[in-house]
Design a protein around this ligand. Sequence first.
Ligand code: ZN
Length: 275
Amino acid sequence: MPELPEVQTVVDQLGRRLSGRAFAAGTAFVWPGTAGYPEAALLAAELTGRRVLGVRRRAKYILIDLDDGRLLVIHLRMTGFLHFAPPGAPDHRHLRARLPLESGEELRFVDMRKFGRFYLGTLEELSAVIPLASLGPEPLASEFTPETLGARLAGRGGAVKSVLLDQRVLAGLGNIYADEALFQAGIDPRRPARGLGEAEIAALHAGIVAVLRQALGSGGTTFRDYRGSEGLRGENEPDLQVFHRQGRPCPRCGATLLRCVVGGRGTHFCPSCQQ
Ligand code: ZN
């Protein structure tokens, strides 16, 4: 499942390929459910002729700024990925949408599980459809400080792991990097968020920033159906310290790493280093 670093990698690649280019007629949602708002035929018609000003990210949403002030928003969800194809290239068996460009090339959306969605509208319109307005701070923005994190965790009785996954608390952190950040910080993922001390919050802040920056540097983590928009695979997997490594020795202390379930999500940690 793509997380912040993977989505940022896709955004960077899309920005290079799409900026300044226009969508041609012929956008088609092979599976109409991929169009989240408005419905497929209208979304396709409204996109025709629109030029891309730039591509950016908010949490795990890809925001494509169009020349009429509206946004094309793409949410990859679990298995969605984008790629560019020359005209006439054979369809992938899980092709859900094709977006022809003026240049003749097509931007294609492939999504095995069909959870991915496209949205088109003004920021105000879209805020009624997707929770863009209620998202927490971006963990890699300068506004995200240990104090910001502390204020967001204060009063939260839930497990710190679950609170970190709440996109209203922090935007873009998912299961992989929540586990990795808690390991970096030496904090047991099951502890109540509100019980963390000032030094622990500072360590957690540093851990979140470090694991995301490190993953960004390597183009995101390779998992299942994640691909960069050019079909590239991220290369971060060997750098993960605890995620999906239960039963193996902790890279720091040698104790056996464990897996448990926190808030319904598989959680990986060292019972010795993380207190
Ligand atoms: Zn350990």
